[in-house]
Design a protein around this ligand. Structure first.
Ligand SMILES: [Zn+2]
Length: 279
């Protein structure tokens, strides 16, 4: 019996070496160790198909050299758009071209329309893959200030489920529709509520030059800029504003990145309209 076992252990050791999870010496020596353990205690059959994976420690980014007066967060609400060509896609193309980040506060309902479902789910996935932040902008944009806590939470949960299914990421920040911020609303939203301090009024003017000017005239460190990825004029404005901001030395980051750089912790049930330097 024992002899039999040694043969099995030898076969295991050889096959482990052959099918091991990587080329590293560490993996090989772990495999050998497992085989030795097997020889010593015949009652123990190791799970040979489970490689030992040691996750690397997540490194904390060092933002000490960042000039906070040049860090801003641009945000887009209400998408993904249901126009053609997709203004959301055009905006993503621009952000990707310049290697900058932004935050998209997505409406769940835009991931459900049969005509746009496939395209818009793919766009939300692309947002995540490009390192954009995806926030929750409710299922279908009601005024939270007029709703009960359970109605608000259903709106957020329904949207979060759809966004997570499409992108693989569950949103961790919320922008309330219309910037609702009554205390009863904040109490019901168990996430940080992100508002804005620069309103481009792009939804009203639908004028690329006006939107561009609002951005360029008002941007300063810690700003959260409000736009909507529903309009071609907004996509046009982004095409102009991103290179212009970069030329002025601005760093375009997601909302969460900006607050992290400012050393400001985002708390649930609170609202924020800009990042402020902490003492
Ligand atoms: Zn909105």
């Amino acid at each position: 019996m024992k002899k039999h076992f040694k043969i099995i252990a030898l076969i295991l050791a050889v096959s482990l070496f052959a099918i091991g999870c990587g080329n590293s010496d560490v993996a090989s020596s772990q495999d050998t160790l497992q085989a030795e353990v097997t020889t010593a205690s015949p009652a123990y059959i190791p799970e040979v198909t489970t490689p030992v994976i040691r996750p690397t420690e997540p490194s904390t980014p060092d933002y000490s050299d960042v000039d906070l007066s040049k860090v801003i967060a641009i945000t887009f609400d209400d998408g993904p758009s249901t126009n053609t060509p997709s203004s959301t896609e055009r905006i993503l193309d621009t952000l990707e071209k310049y290697g900058v980040k932004a935050t998209f506060f997505v409406q769940g309902v835009n991931l459900t329309y049969s005509e746009f479902k496939e395209r818009n789910c793919a766009l939300v996935k692309r947002e995540a893959e490009l390192g954009m932040e995806i926030g929750n902008h409710s299922y279908d944009h009601p005024n939270f200030d007029k709703m009960s806590a359970s109605e608000i939470q259903k709106q957020l949960n329904d949207a979060a489920d759809l966004i997570e299914e499409a992108s693989g990421v569950r949103p961790q920040i919320v922008r309330t529709p219309y910037g609702a911020q009554k205390q009863s609303t904040l109490d019901a939203v168990d996430y940080p509520v992100i508002l804005w301090n620069i309103d481009t009024l792009d939804w009203d003017t639908k004028n690329a030059d006006k939107t561009y000017n609002e951005i360029m005239n008002n941007a300063k460190g810690g700003s959260i800029i409000l736009m909507h990825d529903l309009y071609q004029a907004t996509a046009d404005a982004v095409e102009m504003a991103v290179p212009a901001l970069l030329a002025k030395g601005y760093k375009l980051v997601t909302v969460s990145e900006m607050f992290e750089m400012y050393g400001q912790k985002l708390e649930p049930n609170h609202y924020y309209y800009k990042a402020e330097k902490q003492d």
